[in-house]
Design a protein around this ligand. Structure first.
Ligand code: ATP
Ligand code: MG
Length: 589
């Protein structure tokens, strides 16, 4: 199914790059020992069976969101399409913020999205912290070769000499100290003899470089902190910009794909790899970094800090709240993994930042579910309809297709009886123009059953309609020869009151009312949609309950799924994933 909003075909410049690399046989001599390691180990390995290697490198300091899905689909998708493999690597070089809980959640989320990192012979699940020994060894080699030095200036002094975007920096007084001295200091740093912030290891590149990232960037800092995997073994930790190229190279990554904000880091990425290759530490061919534009969607925020604030301050009910753009929130809401992959694929890969409309995500899930979701009837705002000329205890079966696009899915059966639930909105005492549903004197079809004529209604003391009365017209039942004998303009859904399953239904909507809630100087909390969650008591078609993970299309209403945390067959709790049509902009509720 394609929608009118589908950009076809999605441009993806990364495919062209990989295609050209493979045509040029750039990796045909690449060796791989079967696991990450330095040059010595890789060169003794076999020819790499993977044509390319990519990686998804999350920091285990939060839950994955729709933006991460984009990076996952790109990295795993490119590896799949080009005969390569994609590693899942936890970039756990920041001891303070990382936890096992996030590691487990990320593994679950990537699997749920439909990707795997294992091959018959390789695990390919890696942790940057497993490379701390190699990184340290490389750091000593850089010092010995005159490419790095220990700087004992304070952070403020370092900052003061760094220069600005328009002015070059100045050399640190420690820059030209003998290598032996730097080596001794680095060992003391490693051995815990210096407090946090007292000294750093810096690369020796060029303090006058127009690219600030090349003005002797910091490689190691002292942090007396317990790491979730290495415990207290280390009290120096590598900076991201130093760790990342080393991690990529140790893993034999060919294409290191990251978001645009790392473009200015690429010269340093290349510098580090070139120096370590010269020193015989890293095997050729070296990885290359390529940058693509992040996935941004309107009406959401994805910053970890802001998501955390929404959870902590109770604006939503946890990390998997169905209104959050976290992968667990989307899953709970009823978004399928396929729909998220579809959105990511449709958005391609580009070099310029843009913001996709949220409706593209909604359209992706409709397109995914339409051909596969079972149809069913639900009544969300129930009003009693009594068929006054139908016998009290009679009941007769009606049938409908489970999915009109797929005859093989078969039929569903549900009973017609005297008392039914219909949507309150399907009756009007005083109908507006062009209203074709129930009002006194009008005829409509009860979908899959009879044509009925509205005869009367009952109101309570406050003037609310509590019951509608109608008479059915025999011989008009759907699927019988007389079905078309009475022409009607309206077709309404219903469930038998005696048989319907009571259910709690959460009607979710966008969490923010502004398309760019955290744009410019805006305070995103000012734009929380007060109607983002409405809960109603409704009725489901008998026999229709399906466990969480299965989607329904409730006819005329949208796509829904049972809530994976709270729903049971005895007490169904249902989440609305998306309405059938994009109603945003006309009604916000
Ligand atoms: P942080 O602000 O903590 O760095 P992050 O979103 O970058 O947050 P990471 O765990 O570092 O979190 O992200 C893992 C990978 O996902 C990175 O390669 C990153 O570039 C990518 N990624 C994150 N957000 C997006 C996004 N919106 N679109 C595409 N890729 C993204
Ligand atoms: Mg990051």
């Amino acid at each position: 199914m394609t929608s009118p909003t589908t950009p076809t075909p999605p441009a993806n410049f990364l495919r062209h790059i990989i295609d050209a690399d493979l045509r040029a046989d750039r990796y045909q001599d690449k060796r791989w020992s079967g696991k990450p390691g330095p040059a010595r180990q890789q060169q003794a390995g076999e020819l790499d069976p993977a044509r390319i290697r990519t990686r998804f490198p999350p920091e285990p300091n939060g839950y994955l969101h729709i933006g991460h899905a984009k990076a996952i689909c790109l990295n795993f998708g490119l590896a799949r399409d080009f005969g390569g493999v994609c590693h899942l690597r936890f970039d756990d070089t920041n001891p303070e913020k990382e936890e096992q809980e996030y590691v487990d959640a990320i593994i679950e989320a990537v699997h749920w999205l439909g990707f795997d990192w294992k091959t018959p012979t390789e695990e390919n699940l890696y942790f940057a912290s497993d490379y701390f020994d190699d990184m340290y060894d490389f750091a000593e080699a850089l010092i010995a070769a005159g490419h790095a030095y220990v700087d004992e200036q304070s952070a403020e002094q370092i900052r003061a000499l760094r220069g600005t975007l328009t002015e070059g920096g100045q050399n640190s007084p420690f820059r030209d100290r003998p290598a032996d001295e730097s080596l001794a200091r680095l060992r003391e740093m490693r051995d815990g003899q210096h407090p946090d912030g007292s000294m750093v290891l810096r690369a020796k590149i060029d303090m006058k470089s127009p690219n600030i990232n090349l003005r002797d960037p910091v490689l190691y800092r002292v942090r007396h902190a317990t790491h979730h995997r290495t415990g207290n073994k280390w009290c120096i930790y590598p900076m991201y910009s130093w760790a990342h190229p080393v991690e990529d190279a140790l893993e034999g990554i060919t294409h290191s794909i990251c978001t645009l904000e790392f473009e200015d880091q690429r010269p340093f990425y290349d510098w580090i790899l070139a120096r370590l290759a010269e020193l015989g530490k890293l095997a050729e061919p070296l990885p290359h970094q390529y940058e693509f534009a992040r996935l941004n969607l309107s009406y959401i925020v994805t910053s970890k800090r802001k998501l955390l604030q929404l959870v902590r301050e109770g604006h939503v009910d946890g990390w998997d709240d169905p209104r959050l753009p976290t992968l667990f929130g989307l899953r709970r809401r009823g978004y399928t993994a396929a729909s998220i992959r579809l959105l990511c694929d449709r958005s391609g890969a580009s070099k310029s930042d843009s913001r996709l409309d949220y409706s593209l995500l909604e359209q992706a899930v409709r397109d995914d579910l339409d051909p596969i979701a079972a149809r069913s009837v639900a009544v969300l705002d129930p009003l009693k309809l009594v068929i006054t000329n139908y016998p009290e205890d009679a009941e007769e079966p009606c049938t409908a297709q489970i999915n009109p696009h797929n005859a093989e899915a078969g039929l569903r059966h549900f009973p017609f009886t005297r008392e039914l639930w219909i949507e309150r909105d399907d009756f009007r005492e005083d109908p507006p123009k062009k209203y074709f549903r129930l009002f006194p004197g009008n005829t409509v079809r009860l979908k899959y059953a009879y044509v009925i004529k509205c005869t009367d209604f009952v109101k309570d003391a406050d003037g609310n309609v509590t019951e509608v009365h109608a008479e059915y017209i025999p011989d008009t039942k759907s699927g019988t020869p007389g079905a078309d004998s009475v022409k009607v303009k309206g077709n309404i859904t219903w469930v038998s009151a005696r048989h319907a399953i009571p259910a709690t239904i959460h009607l979710y909507d966008r969490l923010f009312t502004d398309p760019h809630p955290d744009g410019g100087d805006k305070e995103f909390l000012d734009f929380i949609n007060p109607n983002s969650k409405r809960t109603v008591q409704g009725w489901l078609e008998p026999g229709s309950y399906a466990a969480p993970g299965t989607a329904w299309q409730f006819e005329r209403l949208g796509y829904f799924t049972a809530d994976r945390e709270t729903s049971t067959p005895e007490n169904p709790i249902i989440n609305r994933t998306v309405t059938l049509r994009d109603s945003w902009g006309t009604t916000a509720g």
